[in-house]
Design a binder for this molecule. Structure first.
Ligand SMILES: Nc1ncnc2c1ncn2[C@@H]1O[C@H](COP(=O)(O)OP(=O)(O)OP(=O)(O)O)[C@@H](O)[C@H]1O
Ligand SMILES: [Mg+2]
Length: 360
């Protein structure tokens, strides 16, 4: 919930009067100003947040140790060893191929790349409607490359204390360099472009931190594979898309007939299903559904006999009628994304680069 400026002023008052509490209160006040600076696009609030944060930093209390522990926890949450690989992802063949050629093989088969004088480096920006597999394929890349997966949600990082977000990014890269890693920046558009023009804004500084970390990937020691994702690539700072950075863009679009069929089969695997389930009918009736919509539809259908059984009715197989009922209340969730995106692409004069938004 958005904290008000009045609340911030309250914290400052307590901070000024109570030595024990002051560091925490300055930080809370800084957070209030930061939130309000983002929602109201107010540079003065932004500066106030910065000032309060620096004031809090200058106070050496027990809080210091706790803050350090906090950043460690953030880091631990950010990485994991992934279990799903490309075989667990239906469709997206073109994207799998591009990821292999651009970021996996240069590290796995450096001798071949050497012959043709092609260096490792640069990353892929995955873009497209929600729920179609961007995060999933980024995770799976880690397993394919036998690497650890670092998932950096930009909006999470931005919500950290001023100055702290840069430290978090630097920390993650430090950890990532220690072993083969996939570093994945999710919601890259949260960095924005217009706001970034403000020379000293948080987002500008965070963008610069990210740029300085990703420049040199492929030349520095340690294997880091770079992936990013966004629903609004036209809103991304051009600097992030220059050579050696997110220099290849790959559209992760709506699943075709074959892929939808595979997802349904995957969802029903090892579950009690009746022979009357008509896969072709389901494929036809899920046209323009996202992958996540299809998963949700299958769950809705499965839940019908499950709920009945929980209510004490006879245990039975999932049948075609369950899917017919489920289909009545599930529609494609991505129509609005395409509509909104078409307007944004036209406004930003990027029709050729993002032509896929006109294909819905
Ligand atoms: N190609 C796929 N094959 C099988 N399941 C998929 C596929 N793509 C997506 N899914 C299912 O949909 C869910 C959502 O996918 P994912 O999180 O990768 O979407 P996304 O493109 O990152 O969306 P967002 O833009 O909202 O972040 C996955 O957890 C998975 O269950
Ligand atoms: Mg995602």
């Amino acid at each position: 919930m958005l904290k008000s400026i009045a609340e911030a002023k309250g914290y400052i008052k307590v901070a000024l009067n109570c030595e024990e509490q002051n560091k925490k209160k300055y930080l809370l006040a800084s957070a209030c100003y930061l939130e309000n600076s983002k929602t109201q696009d107010n540079i003065l609030y932004n500066q106030m947040a910065h000032y309060l944060f620096l004031k809090a930093l200058a106070l050496k209390t027990k809080q210091e140790a706790t803050n350090k522990a906090d950043s460690k926890i953030n880091l631990i949450k950010a990485y994991k060893n992934v279990k799903i690989g490309f075989d667990d992802i239906c469709g997206l063949e073109e994207a799998k191929k591009k990821i292999k050629e651009k970021i996996i093989y240069p590290y796995e088969k450096p001798e071949i790349y050497k012959i043709y004088k092609r260096n490792a480096g640069g990353g892929i920006l995955l873009w497209g409607p929600p729920g179609c597999g961007k995060t999933l394929i980024a995770e799976a890349t880690a397993k394919e490359a036998k690497a650890v997966f670092f998932n950096i949600g930009i909006s999470d990082v931005l919500s950290k204390w001023v100055g702290e977000s840069e430290k978090i990014i630097a920390n993650i890269f430090e950890q990532a360099r220690k072993q083969p890693s996939v570093v994945f920046f999710d919601e890259l558009d949260a960095l924005g472009t217009q706001r970034n023009e403000e020379e000293n804004s948080f987002t500008r500084r965070l963008t610069n931190t990210i740029l300085s970390q990703i420049d040199g990937i492929g030349t520095k020691q340690g294997k880091i594979l770079l992936l990013g994702a966004t629903n609004r690539p036209w809103n991304i700072d051009d600097a992030l898309r220059r050579p050696g950075r997110f220099d290849e863009i790959v559209f992760i679009g709506i699943p075709n007939n074959k892929t939808r069929g595979k997802i349904i089969q995957m969802q029903l695997k090892q579950k009690p299903i009746s022979k009357d389930i008509d896969l072709d009918f389901l494929i036809k009736n899920t046209n323009k559904f996202s992958c996540a919509d299809i998963v949700a539809l299958c769950n809705d259908a499965i839940n019908i006999p499950l709920t009945e059984a929980l209510e004490g009715k006879q245990i039975r197989k999932i049948n075609f009628n369950d899917f017919s009922i489920a289909l009545k209340s599930r529609k494609s969730s991505i129509k609005s994304w395409f509509e909104k995106s078409k307007n944004e692409v036209l406004k930003t004069n990027n029709k050729d680069l993002f032509k896929e938004v006109f294909e819905f």
